[in-house]
Design a protein around this ligand. Structure first.
Ligand SMILES: [Zn+2]
Length: 423
């Protein structure tokens, strides 16, 4: 929270609520870390002025599903399938010490900010001990982005470490209005017996936590959403990930239960999750965000993810999603999927000032003012991200992260990666 006033002046503003719209030559006024006003010719009295004349101004991206710790395993699962990916996690994950989780999560979170992701859900299935969980939370705090720490179950574990989830919720992440909040990220009905799921769901209810998990037709459950229904375990505040291999009737059940979803089209394509699911989720009426998922297998920025979603829908859907649909998924719908639409995902006054500025005067963005929404979704790249604000705090300016020692983080991440690979 900041008491300072910041005026972002004369930008090509894209707001995303209720649907993406371009506001040419428009100002954004920030007060006390929140959006105060959006409009032309706003007063600059006492404000720090950011000239946005050659900038697209839009809400920061929301990455609704990411295993941030995999920044130390970049590219390691490219060229394999889901079985190979699981083997990588099973072999590498147990080698991570708490200090490795810390630096991998910090570096991954800084990568998010650098590319314009201001909010992410960290599905942290590297919590081999309470110290591992604490290291990930410490790193998210240090990175300075808005994050939901998803307390995950390691792939080699058999249960969800209920006692430590309770500790973290009550002792570390009790405040649901903080910059770093909490979710529960268990194996779920596709990978764990329904009795285990029931126990974990009860705990999530008791702790008032969002539950998020990967959902697919698997040998454990061919119809995992029906399995939840039959056990009386459908709930709101539930974020389903993927869903490519389950039927439209199960997607409809997700929508009817008031739950949400996220698709990670880059990782889904690379790891054999089959056909794109974004269009099917939309037709079923499920509020759906986008996610990077795993940089061991897929690109780590939302521009690449938006492109994958757009191209996948062109191939898979009779009425493909539009660029505006995709941008909304990457911002407002992602925030809604995480239960954070009251504070981020658009430029509506009163929301937290999570805002990014993209350069229109970079060579790949010249003339993009003709259709900034199309350009953001089809042309923009992480290097176009000039300025990033989180809750009104400037964390990137003039194309450089300003609040973190990137050289130190890079050195530590390389050391961790070498240690993991060498063990
Ligand atoms: Zn995942």
């Amino acid at each position: 929270m900041s008491d300072t006033r910041i005026l972002i002046r004369n930008g090509h503003v894209i707001d995303t609520e209720p649907d993406p719209v371009v506001l040419p030559r428009t100002d954004v006024l920030i007060e006390g870390g929140k959006i105060a006003a959006v409009g032309p010719g706003l007063p600059s009295d006492g404000a720090t002025v950011l000239d946005a004349t050659d900038r697209i101004v839009l809400p920061g991206f929301v990455d609704a599903h990411r295993h941030v710790w995999q920044s130390a395993l970049r590219g390691a699962a490219v060229g394999t399938d889901l079985g190979g990916y699981f083997r990588l996690l099973g072999q590498s994950g147990p080698k991570f010490r708490p200090q490795d989780v810390y630096i991998a999560t910090l570096a991954g979170a800084l990568e998010c900010l650098d590319s314009g992701i201001t909010t992410q859900l960290d599905y942290s299935h590297i919590a081999y001990s309470p110290e591992h969980a604490d290291a990930a939370i410490d790193a998210l705090h240090a990175a300075g982005l808005r994050a939901v720490f998803g307390y995950g179950t390691p792939i080699t574990a058999t249960d969800g470490n209920l006692a430590d989830v309770h500790r973290v919720r009550t002792e570390r992440l009790a405040d649901d209005n903080a910059l770093v909040t909490m979710a529960y990220a268990p194996l779920g009905p596709s990978f764990a017996p329904i009795g285990t799921v029931a126990e974990e769901w009860r705990m999530a209810d008791d702790l008032h936590l969002l539950v998020t998990f990967h959902v697919a037709a698997t040998p454990v459950s061919a119809q995992p959403v029906f399995a939840l229904r039959d056990a009386g375990l459908l709930r709101e505040r539930t974020l389903y990930i993927h869903g490519n291999t389950i039927g439209d009737d199960e997607l409809k059940l997700i929508a009817d239960s008031g739950a949400t979803a996220a698709t990670t089209p880059g990782a889904e394509a690379m790891l054999g999750n089959k056909a794109p699911v974004a269009g099917r989720l939309r037709r079923a009426g499920v509020t759906t965000g986008l996610g990077v998922d795993a940089v061991s297998a897929a690109p780590g920025d939302m521009f690449s993810v938006m492109r994958a979603a757009l191209l996948g829908s062109q191939i898979a859907d009779d009425s493909p999603l539009t660029a505006a649909d995709i941008l909304r998924m990457a911002t407002l719908d992602g925030a809604a999927a995480l239960g954070l639409a009251d504070r981020t995902g658009s430029l509506r006054p009163g929301k937290q000032a999570d805002v990014i500025l993209l350069r229109l005067d970079d060579i790949n963005m010249l003339t993009a003012e003709r259709d900034p929404i199309a350009a953001v979704v089809t042309a923009a790249q992480p290097h176009n991200v000039d300025t990033v604000l989180v809750a009104g705090q400037i964390v990137k300016a003039a194309g450089r992260l300003v609040h973190a020692d990137l050289g130190q983080a890079a050195e530590a991440l390389r050391a961790t990666s070498a240690t993991i690979a060498g063990l």
